[in-house]
Design a binder for this molecule. Structure first.
Ligand SMILES: Nc1ncnc2c1ncn2[C@@H]1O[C@H](COP(=O)(O)OP(=O)(O)O)[C@@H](O)[C@H]1O
Ligand SMILES: [Mg+2]
Length: 429
């Protein structure tokens, strides 16, 4: 056992998966979480501290003699938690608030991409609703409208018509549906293709490219229905060939890391590139996130061999040795089990059965995302309740394992997509 004490900041399925990967790391002695969740508290000590409460987090760091803090969600890094921790001398995995603008401001990231010739949809920025409406009326094709700031995944409208786009302009810029996050908008061209992502761990200068992943955002099979936080993911994506990954690296990832460094804001932490791959096979950057994707990372971490905690530590210190992790020749697939009503108003408190039986399926891990414990029973406590992850030598087998395990779990109102990874399997035949 190692000697490193690690704190994970966050409370969802992503953070649960991070805890598992950190715990597997040979350099780690202990893992604790803030604020964590009921599901996490059965395995790791959780401290009920708000992520904005830097003072309380710093005293936890001292009290528990922490050597590394890994931050899961975007809000704490955007609010400067990494800056605070690093100033205090603690290794914190994640970007500075300045570097986090790559996610926190779509205007910043689009202009940054333009400065460095990174392929991204042509765009214009507006703060004035009249000017925005005039621009939209002159377009031949329905555009994508994006609120500038963080909107918890709800600030983007891929419009179906010019009328629809105009109403999105009104909602965001005029009526301020997202408050100040919508004080400016990006209007961009819609790009057709296959959407996927690549996550890289960076130390400001060097990077470690993790396997590609594909999320399934829509609620229903066949990509229909409401948008969600993500209903499942698999990794790697067959369409992301070595050659295409090389293009993404050369055209998007390397210029970004270099550009941020040149601008005096070196990027440390996870850079998540949301990509659209055109039918011709060219990658376009849709957006950056500055943290691991949820549920993408649940399907990515199981493919990494080596000391994940050490990789995070090296990134935080600006001394990444990219061979600290190796990518195993395996596949992983994650299915999200959602509660009654998700993604609308959800019902909680439904008793969950079969988690043990699901975990008994070879290669399967059950991750708690939104669960609660009432006495000795595990019940639903959020919209996305559990993530069932299957790992195997092939995508087909990873998928079979995950779905076999899903079949063993039940709770009132449970629903999940039955087609995670199905299109990819069809594509590879
Ligand atoms: N230029 C574009 N062309 C086509 N689809 C897009 C475009 N930009 C965004 N999208 C779609 O909208 C979704 C949300 O946009 P994104 O920029 O990722 O914002 P966020 O994740 O912050 O809501 C994307 O996952 C993608 O499906
Ligand atoms: Mg996105």
């Amino acid at each position: 056992m190692g000697s490193r004490n690690v704190l994970v900041v966050g409370s969802g399925g992503r953070e649960y998966a991070l805890c598992l990967a950190l715990e597997r790391s040979s350099s780690v002695a202990s893992v604790i979480v803030a604020p964590g969740s009921a599901g996490m508290s059965t395995r790791w000590k959780c401290y009920d501290i708000k992520t904005l409460d830097h003072t309380a987090l710093l005293s936890l760091v001292d009290r528990e003699k922490l050597d590394l803090v890994v931050i899961g969600p975007e809000a704490p890094v955007v609010e400067g938690l990494v800056d605070t921790l690093q100033q205090h001398g603690v290794a914190a995995y994640g970007p500075s608030a300045a570097a986090a603008r790559l996610e926190a401001s779509k205007v910043f990231s689009k202009k940054f991409s333009q400065r460095y010739g990174i392929p991204t949809a042509p765009f214009q920025v507006f703060t004035n609703p009249t000017a925005a409406r005039t621009y939209v009326r002159r377009l031949d094709r329905a555009p994508v409208i994006k609120a500038n700031g963080l909107c918890a995944g709800k600030g983007v409208v891929v419009s179906e018509s010019i009328e629809h786009a105009l109403s999105a302009v009104d909602a965001i810029l005029e009526r301020r549906a997202f408050g100040d996050a919508g004080a400016a908008i990006v209007i961009e061209e819609r790009i057709a293709g296959e959407e996927m992502s690549i996550q890289v761990m960076c130390d400001g200068e060097r990077m470690l490219v993790l396997p590609s992943a594909q999320d399934h955002k829509r609620l229903g099979d066949g990509d229909v229905g409401a948008n969600t936080g993500g209903m499942g993911a698999y990794s790697p994506v067959p369409l992301m060939t070595k050659a295409l990954e090389e293009k993404v690296r050369k055209q998007i990832l390397e210029p970004t890391i270099k550009g941020m460094q040149e601008e005096g804001q070196p990027f440390r932490g996870t850079l998540f590139a949301g990509l659209m791959i055109t039918p011709k096979g060219d990658p376009y950057l849709l957006e950056f996130n500055v943290r691991f994707g949820d549920p993408e990372v649940q399907a990515t971490l199981p493919l990494l061999d080596g000391d994940f905690a050490e990789a995070c530590y090296q990134c935080a210190k600006g001394e990444l040795q990219p061979d600290v992790l190796r990518i195993a020749n395996k596949h992983a697939l994650c299915v999200v089990l959602a509660s009654h009503g998700y993604p609308g108003s959800v019902r909680t408190g439904d008793r969950i059965l079969g988690i043990k039986e699901a975990e008994a399926v070879p290669g399967v891990t059950v991750i708690h995302a939104g669960t609660r414990k009432i006495e000795d029973e595990v019940v639903t406590g959020g919209g996305r309740v559990l993530n069932v992850v299957g790992v195997a030598d092939t995508l087909q087998e990873a998928r079979d394992r995950a779905y076999e395990a899903c079949g063993k779990i039940s709770f009132d109102g449970m629903h999940y997509r039955k087609d995670i990874g199905a299109r990819a399997l069809k594509a590879v035949g």
